[in-house]
Ligand binder design. Structure first.
Ligand code: AMP
Ligand code: GLY
Length: 427
């Protein structure tokens, strides 16, 4: 098979790495890919965000399967258009991608189908939103309805913070049209976990539960990011809770989308808050999570390609996937300034030595090859240093061993990835 992967982050490098290892695959193409995917196949010119570029690449290279990584082209209808031209594509249609593309859509969907989530109201009038906040106890969560690159959520511990968030989103239009409508919901206190599920619209196969680290600083401090590290499995999701999440959240979500006439096929990412042992949906993403996909695919023992193809063809084999024993941990190395402004172009050193450590894979996120064959910083999240071990402690020690071999001007990472899981294992 020839497989085209759309996107350029750590998620796409991890997908390319796993897909390239499949005996079914002869060639991997990435649009546009990064410095890591360049070593596994061919990087194509163009933008992952442009549906026209995606179609162009497919027409030109005739892949047997297209895997669309990021949410923007999915929400913009890349899969609909690929299918209309006869291509086999992994990912939801634009109608199903509304689960991530609109928070109002997803909250109403959850409410309609009786799936547990925080109580909420939606507003398209800023005066009404401000008035509502005055009547509600804090903390409160204000969310821009549309896509805002992971930055459209404000967890507000004081009323004036919530008012400021509403003004920023609805009046100053910090996120453009994405903030013209907001969701205001109750704040849930608990432990977060992510469950990613492969589904063809009817049948589904869950991946292992993962835990992400969203804040930029150690001890969960500082601004939210796309994710600074992740590990699998997440000890917070024991067998009983995992089963409850499948019954109470995953099965009704997949059945609900089908019943509503927009069956969801692809990877459904369920972001959960576990409150007193019960799961509540914080958000849906309509794609593989990043960085979660990096440890997940290193931890996966089975070939991923039959499942991807099963999803694309609407004939997913529901047999459980096989996983390695132990745990896998991914530490994101980022560029100084991230998640704000950051500089590009610093030369990364130590990639070969770090990647040669046993059970370590160094995924590239924001990198590119320079003219001299070196690898340079090209994004805020630069590398996803991923290691497998006999347990979480061993996986994490190995990941940090690799981190310490990598350097460039401006590199930083969190030093506490996995702490929560280790605490739980110890307690
Ligand atoms: P979202 O993009 O909706 O997942 O929100 C980003 C982050 O904001 C989540 O990972 C949580 O850390 C936090 N968050 C979102 N909704 C809530 C909520 N209702 N209660 C507490 N934290 C939340
Ligand atoms: N790591 C969170 C996400 O992929 O949105």
């Amino acid at each position: 098979m020839r497989v085209l992967i759309v996107g350029s982050g750590g998620r796409e490098h991890a997908l390319a790495w796993k897909i390239a290892r499949s005996p079914l695959v002869r060639e991997v193409l990435c649009l546009p890919g990064n410095g890591g995917t360049a070593a596994l196949g061919t990087n194509l010119e163009g933008s992952a965000d442009s549906v026209d570029d995606v179609l162009d690449a497919a027409r030109r290279h005739r892949p047997d399967l297209v895997v669309v990584g990021p949410e923007a082209p999915l929400v913009a209808g890349a899969v609909d258009r690929l299918r209309a031209e006869g291509f086999s594509a992994f990912g939801p249609t634009a109608a199903a991608a509304q689960l991530e593309g609109s928070k109002v859509f997803s909250k109403r969907f959850l409410e309609r189908h009786g799936i547990p989530t925080a109580p909420f109201r939606a507003f398209d009038d800023p005066a009404a939103a401000l008035e509502h906040v005055r009547t509600r106890p804090v903390p409160l969560v204000v969310k821009a309805d549309g896509l805002a690159a992971g930055k459209g959520v404000a967890v507000c511990t004081a009323r004036d913070e919530a008012e400021a968030a509403i003004r920023e989103m609805m009046i100053e239009r910090r996120f453009g049209a994405a903030g013209s409508t907001v969701v205001i919901e109750d704040c849930l206190a608990g432990e977060e976990a992510s469950l990613l599920v492969l589904t063809d619209g009817r049948r589904f196969v869950p991946l292992r539960a993962a835990q992400d680290h969203k804040r930029v600083g150690d001890g969960d401090t500082g601004p939210n990011t796309g994710g600074m590290g992740a590990y699998v499995p997440a000890p917070v999701m024991g067998d009983a809770l995992f089963g409850r999440v499948l019954d109470r959240v995953v099965a009704p979500s997949i059945a609900g989308m089908a019943k509503d006439g927009a069956p969801f096929a692809g990877c459904l990412y369920v972001g959960l808050m576990i409150v007193g042992g019960e799961p509540f949906v914080l958000e849906f993403n309509v794609r593989f999570g990043d960085p979660e996909t990096q440890p997940l695919l290193v931890h996966l023992e089975d070939d991923l390609v039959p499942a991807l193809r099963g999803v694309a063809l609407g004939a997913l084999d529901e047999r459980p996937l096989r996983w390695h024993a132990g745990a896998t941990c991914c530490v994101v190395m980022a560029q100084r300034g991230y998640p704000g402004e950051y500089g590009k172009g610093a030369v990364i050193e130590g990639l070969e030595r770090a990647g040669a450590l046993p059970d370590v894979v160094v995924f590239h996120a924001g990198t590119r090859r320079d003219a001299r064959g070196g690898t340079v910083v090209a994004g805020g999240r630069v590398l996803g240093v991923t290691a497998r071990g006999s347990d979480l402690g061993a996986a994490r020690a190995r990941a940090y061993e690799a981190v310490d071999l990598l350097r460039w001007d401006g590199a930083f990472c969190r030093r506490d990835i996995g702490n929560r899981g280790l605490g739980r294992a110890a307690g």
